[in-house]
Design a protein around this ligand. Structure first.
Ligand code: HEM
Length: 295
């Protein structure tokens, strides 16, 4: 995928930052579960405040690297809602948003309550001010215990949300990137039904205006394998916005159920109409149309 100068370092930073956040979170959740804050309030405060800072920078790095990769792989906002990849990325972002909201709650509410215990008022109870300070200290201790207990739950929720993020990412990375699926970058590849049982797959390579483009046509059966039923195939290409064409094109057979046409007719970027006429048997012709978004 291009551009590699964004995707390679972006991926490296993204994976490292994701590993630090998720890995750190799991370790912290286990530590908080296994310990009481009363055993070592200073150590507990140091642990949560350090992780909170590390997690914040990890989220910033994830958002920048993820945003850069998303731009390279999606390119046009429309592709977010017209491709499976786009919808999967939106689902991932929704889950990341929830995880960040939980993390922000931990950082803004629970961590300060735990850290406050580190520097108790500690004054003597002989004076009125000292008595007030003592009451404050009791409140601080009580609040820190409550925050510690709550942290056990919220860290678990945050970790589960990140597991869900990773699951959705698994579905994301096996799909064709949105920009390619929408024909914005790379080759264009689409399928359309030609009869109840047969499909026509059209691949336009490199799908760039003003160049020689190879149009591959595959006739596939219901299982996605090349079908032998079609004896001949003809093409028409037209650019309707400017009344250009239709050009009649005769592709040459390249294998079972596979034809190729090398065309110079795609001279303008924009939506070209391709009509394929397939001789299904001696007496029957079927047509299918696809729109190719030529770059
Ligand atoms: C902050 C918002 C985020 C955005 C915009 C984002 C976006 C992306 C994008 C565009 C990809 C590339 C997918 C592809 O190769 O087709 C990706 C991959 C990935 N993301 Fe994220 N992501 C975000 C947050 C996260 C988080 C929080 C985690 C987990 C902690 C995560 C873990 C991953 C992993 C493991 C990959 C796979 C990398 C690979 O295949 O080499 N991402 N992300």
């Amino acid at each position: 995928m291009e551009p590699a100068w964004i995707l390679l370092p972006g991926d490296a930073v993204h994976l490292a930052a994701g590993a630090v956040w998720f890995g750190g979170l799991v370790l912290l959740a286990l530590s908080v579960r296994g310990r009481s804050i009363d055993d070592d309030p200073v150590g507990a405060a140091r642990l949560v405040s350090r992780f909170s800072t590390v997690a914040l920078w990890s989220v910033v790095a994830l958002a920048i690297s993820g945003g850069a990769m998303a731009w390279a792989l999606v390119r046009v906002p429309g592709a977010l809602t017209t491709t499976g990849y786009g919808w999967t990325l939106l689902a991932k972002l929704a889950l990341v948003g929830l995880a960040v909201a939980v993390a922000a709650y931990n950082r803004s509410r629970l961590v300060p309550a735990i850290v406050a215990r580190q520097a108790p008022a500690g004054a003597s109870v002989d004076t009125e001010a000292g008595a007030d300070a003592g009451a404050d200290e009791v409140r601080t201790v009580r609040r820190s215990r409550g925050a510690w207990r709550q942290l056990r739950t919220t860290l678990g929720i945050e970790a589960l949300l990140l597991v869900a993020v990773l699951l959705v990412t698994g579905f994301l990375v096996v799909q064709r990137p949105a920009a390619e699926a929408a024909g914005v970058t790379g080759i264009y590849d689409t399928r359309v039904a030609i009869t109840d049982e047969l499909e026509l797959e059209v691949v336009v390579d490199p799908n760039r205006a003003g160049e020689t483009n190879a149009i591959h046509l595959y006739i596939l059966d219901a299982t996605g394998r090349p079908a032998g039923e079609v004896e001949d195939l003809r093409l028409e290409l037209a650019y309707e916005p400017q009344d250009i064409g239709p050009f009649e094109i005769e592709p040459f057979p390249a294998g079972p159920g596979h034809w190729i046409a090398n065309v110079d007719e795609l001279t303008f970027p924009g939506e070209w109409r391709l009509r394929a006429t397939a001789g299904v048997d001696r007496f029957d012709e079927q047509q299918a149309e696809v729109t190719i978004p030529v770059r």
